[in-house]
Design a protein around this ligand. Sequence first.
Ligand code: GLU
Length: 444
Amino acid sequence: MSYVSELLEQVKQRNANESEFHQAVEEVLESLEVVLEKNPQYIDAGIMERLVEPERQVVFRVPWVDDNGKVQVNRGFRVQYNSSIGPYKGGIRFHPSVNLSIIKFLGFEQIFKNSLTGLPIGGGKGGSDFDPKGRSDNEIMRFCQSFMTELYRHLGADTDVPAGDIGVGAREVGYMYGQYKRIRNVYEGVFTGKGLTYGGSLVRKEATGYGLVYFVEEMLKAKGDSFKGKRVVISGSGNVAIYAARKAEELGAKVVAFSDSNSYICCEDGVNCDIVQQLKEVERRRIREYKDRDAKASVHEGCSGIWSTKCDIALPCATQNELQKEDAEMLVKNGVIAVAEGANMPCTPEAVEVFQKNNVLFGPGKAGNAGGVATSALEMAQNSMRYSWTFEEVDAKLQQIMKDIYHSAATAAKEYGKEDDLVTGANIAGFLKVAEAMKAQGAV
Ligand code: GLU
């Protein structure tokens, strides 16, 4: 058995029943095989065994009182995965599906993603199985305060800096940040994605979606193509999806479909992003209600059918494993030319294989959606300086970072004989910086 297969076996045994975590580790380890062959010193230094084991995992009880006076109990998580190149950095997810496997897969991915940004941030992730859907504003606030009353002791602007993710947006970040500040009595950049009145950065809200489109534009440019005149399908209808759509439109594309966990909508003339944003972000309603405000749209039950919509570019921006083998086959049959992940691990390994076999340009999430966390690092920099950059300044930095990420991934892929394989390229480029830092810092 090869070194990598043996390690993978060990990871599976040691972390039984954590299928998402296994999936994320398997993809990375397999693509690093070529690097380890050339650099046995990483094996000698035990880099891989250390990389797959989080530095620290915190699991805690989150009790809170609902609007009926009943005590509810949720589970909270923070996985501080790797701090070799900077303080732990990564979002917090509130969703009923959250468990240790999900947080570990996200934290593991975050190490390489954050490294790829070129900025000094380590990898971490957190969350809770709390379901914000249907909860009142007061319930959300009480939950966030209870969550932070436990988590604060593990955080710090130079230790661990969380941000948003699914189910955690400006509102939740505000409540958590407020509670942290109250308990600690310090005003520090311990969270990113903060509101603009209390230390947030311009462009942070737009960053993941904009960054994804900047990345894809670069990927298309390398093949002499662009977004101009393309039909785009975007799954999800959160922050990532909305701003990816806005930027794609700005670059001359037409976005024809959006989804949420219940249904998807199609609009041949192009979906109106203002309506989607009003519905989802402001009113917190379901996407199917889009039709009440735009009669030209059609509504379809279920979310996976969205991949049967004919398009040139598909941007899965909803959640893990939302795009499977059959969906990928359908997209290929309908002539898709590029797919890039706005969400974390939205395509199953089998789906990615279908794209790669059919020469569809494929941008993995670690690279494509890194604009969010990159702008978080820019927010941290501004907080440390007690200064803020203009929208144009941050946006220009984001654009440059996304271009650099594309080129680091493409160059690494080529160097290791896997030209055009950005999955392998992103994993290798992200890994090398972390591995070098770990080796230099000794067996800690
Ligand atoms: N949750 C986002 C991600 O998956 C952003 C993390 C951050 O800004 O720290 O990368």
